[in-house]
Design a protein around this ligand. Structure first.
Ligand code: BGC
Length: 724
């Protein structure tokens, strides 16, 4: 396996948000932004926690950032050695992607060299570990202040109404209590390895562990820190748990070995080789790194937020991104994680029922931005008008009804890929029936018509709000109707007891014929004479302007393109793949000609204003035999976090973060696009369609409980893909 190091020598202020994302380390329980140890809230430092949220006042409900135990300040002769203020001769920040180690090395002008390595322990997910060495060229006196920084960065905070800092047995503890009454505890223990150390007593008043020491010329001091993070969602007394874990933690070297071993195992499965294209190989493995870093391996029922664990953007919520864009990676690499994300949906069914009821509907209307319990964090005013600074009414929460179908599609993909039907029986079938009920309760039919419609919706393309019969939404709803019939009929045959239990609970038998009928009567956007499917009723009648023309109409570059007055709303310019997403997801139902016609029509009309867009076009391009056209679209997805540079701010609100769905989409493009996998009951066949320059591809997936080698070209070792 090839090494993969990401490095930068920049600590320029304007790059700090981007670097925070690019150098992120995480373990599914928490994500630590790739910021330097001397940074604070203004530099967007975050130890972002999975699955725990808080609301302050009437602000947006957000995930919590824990107090930061990596807050270190070195002073030499009383002068702080902190970037970017202190003069440095050399500085380098590195992410060792294979070992998930973050490090920085800074040589200050005064001859002091600081090297700090840290990681989010991949096996013991409550632990954060750090080792710093400081070397002086000439004799010098030092102070090292180690704090647990409770002054955390919040977007809509403050989320802690109380932050208690305490010292006990040489350990420092920060215990935050949130507005909603949750507790987050971080406890850190320290060692300083140097013959003539003087350790100032840990001082609760100063809220730091302070060390004073002297170094002779050429001498090195080594400092280690192990911190444990627990919340009231993990245990009743998080402070005790954190203290116990920090006390029991072995030496840094041991923790490091365990952590690396864990990553080695993950890479044995997840590594991707591409002979002939190092750029693509690195970008794909870097994408895999992010997906592994945010995978909830520790949990049975937890999902992955749209911005991973990189902060509070998008309220740390779960979107359709997980099922439609990330799930394929988890199914192939960590099927247990795939299951945990779907269990999360099963467990949040009560929330989806409540939401449906709120809208006067039946069944399950899943949250557009789902937090714990299925609570929908999506605000009615998700965008601020740049001209008036007033909140704009958006309808994502009310009208993106396709979210419920995404949940069903995820459950279906799980069963199909793993061959394991258990999720249907363990609550999945209940989700499915409730999903069918939901769409059924939304159907409208004109008095003189025999066609059912889904009116007043938003499809994946968010720039066109409140449209009728969005092709994607209608076909995914039809899919739900069909699945509800198929899965429950099979259940009645194969697991009659489970079926009867479900019937007793839901009393749905009599509805099955209605679902069957709805699957036929729901309006289809049939391809026109040229084979193009209309994205929604009336779309073709909109102004056919180019993306460049529409962009040129912006008065302010930060203007919102959608909504009532957005520049794209009255045109055919779309935010992201919509019909094309449908044609990929339900690919068995459409011909290559239909795909080609729609790809050619919609690609030039797509702004790619979402990182979920390009990968879908890459998949379509491969399927119609244009891998070279697919390549830049694929690479854009794979490099979304490596290159950064995406939108970081919307006015004063930070909207940056990592893009796990783009990473997952790039992986899908590799598997379903370039390798052309065709999984079936006998195994996986591949029909590679490689872009120029690719000599061979090799990777592994777990399919139906077995590890399958997928390889072609120069890496095929004499076989064209391995089946079982
Ligand atoms: C996209 C959605 C996506 C969300 C989170 C939005 O910009 O339009 O499709 O789910 O971002 O990634």
């Amino acid at each position: 396996m090839k090494e993969l190091m990401i490095t930068t020598s920049s600590c320029a202020r304007e790059e700090i948000p981007d670097l925070g994302n690019r150098y992120l380390t995480g373990n599914g329980y928490m994500g630590v932004r790739g910021t330097l140890e001397e940074y604070g809230r203004d530099q967007l430092v975050a130890v972002n926690l999975a699955g725990i949220y808080d609301r302050f006042g009437t602000g947006w409900r957000e995930p919590l950032n824990a107090p930061n135990p990596f807050a270190l300040r070195f002073l030499s002769g009383g002068e702080p050695l902190t970037l970017p203020e202190a003069a440095a001769d050399a500085h380098r920040q590195t992410l060792d992607v294979r070992r998930a180690l973050h490090s920085r090395e800074t040589r200050f002008e005064n001859g002091v060299c600081l090297h700090i390595e840290r990681f989010s322990h991949m096996e013991q997910v409550h632990l954060l570990c750090l080792q710093a060495t400081v070397t002086a060229q000439s004799a010098a006196t030092f102070t090292l202040e180690a704090a647990i920084d409770g002054d955390v960065w919040d977007i809509h905070g403050p989320h802690y109404r109380e932050m208690a800092l305490d010292t006990q047995d040489e350990l420092l503890t920060a215990l935050g209590t949130t507005n909603e009454g949750d507790q987050v505890a971080v406890c850190a223990g320290y060692t300083l390895d140097l013959a003539h150390t003087r350790r100032d007593r840990t001082d609760a008043r100063k809220r730091i562990a302070a060390f004073a020491f002297q170094l002779r010329a050429g001498e090195t001091a080594t400092f280690t820190l192990t911190a444990a993070v627990y919340t009231s969602r993990d245990t009743q007394s998080p402070a005790d748990a954190a203290r116990r874990a920090a006390q029991a933690a072995p030496a840094y070297a041991t923790l490091r070995t365990q952590h690396i071993r864990c990553w080695e195992k993950l890479w044995e499965r997840a590594n991707i080789e591409i002979d002939g294209d190092e750029t693509a190989e690195q970008a794909l493995n870097y994408s895999a790194y992010h997906l592994l870093s945010v995978a909830p391996r520790h949990a049975e029922s937890l999902s992955v937020p749209a911005r991973g664990l990189s902060g509070q953007t998008y309220k740390g919520a779960i979107f359709w991104d997980t099922e439609m864009f990330m799930l394929d990676f988890y199914l192939a690499i960590l099927p247990e994680v795939a299951k945990a994300t779907l269990r999360y949906r099963i467990d949040t069914l009560p929330g989806a029922r409540v939401k449906a009821e709120q809208y006067g509907l039946r069944g399950a209307f899943y949250a557009w931005e789902s937090q714990e319990g299925g609570y929908d964090a999506c605000s009615d005013y998700n965008v601020t008008d740049v001209f008036t600074q007033r909140p704009m009414r958006t309808y994502f929460r009310d009208k993106q009804i396709h979210i419920t179908a995404a949940v069903v599609y995820g459950l279906w993909k799980y069963a199909r890929w793993t061959g394991d039907d258990s999720l249907w029986r363990e609550g999945g079938a209940e989700v499915l029936v409730e999903a069918a009920r939901f769409y059924h309760s939304l159907l409208v039919r004109r008095v003189e018509s025999d066609i059912d419609e889904l009116r007043d919706v938003i499809g994946p393309d968010e720039y066109h709000e409140r449209v009728n019969n969005n092709a994607y939404t209608n076909e995914m709803a039809r899919f739900v109707f069909e699945q509800s019939v198929e899965v429950t009929t099979r259940m009645a045959r194969q697991a009659p007891d489970d079926f009867e239990a479900l019937e007793r609970k839901l009393r749905f038998k009599t509805e099955i014929p209605r679902f069957t009928e709805a699957a036929c009567s729901l309006k289809r956007q049939a391809p026109d004479a040229k084979g193009v499917m209309e994205q929604f009723d009336g779309y073709f009648a909109l102004e056919d302007a180019t993306v460049a023309q529409v962009r040129a109409r912006l008065i302010d570059p930060r203007e919102y393109w959608g909504g009532a007055y957005g520049v794209a709303a009255q045109t055919q310019v779309i935010k992201q793949a919509d019909v094309i997403t449908l044609l990929f997801m339900l690919r068995d139902r459409y011909t290559a000609d239909t795909l080609r016609a729609n790809y050619e029509y919609y690609l030039p009309r797509t702004e790619h204003g979402s990182s979920l867009s390009a990968c879908m076009y890459a998949l379509a391009a491969c399927a119609i035999g244009k891998p070279d056209e697919a390549y830049p679209l694929f690479l854009g997805s794979a490099q979304a976090d490596l290159n950064g540079g995406g939108k970081q701010w919307a006015g004063l609100v930070y909207i940056g973060g990592t893009h796990p769905a783009a990473a997952g989409g790039a992986y899908m493009a590799l598997l379903w696009g370039f390798l052309g996998i065709q999984p079936d009951a006998d195994g996986i066949r591949i029909s590679p369609r490689l872009p120029k320059g690719w000599q061979g591809v090799a990777c592994q997936v777990v399919y139906r409980g077995q590890v399958v080698q997928l390889a072609c070209g120069t890496l095929a070792d004499g076989h064209q893909g391995t089946a079982f």
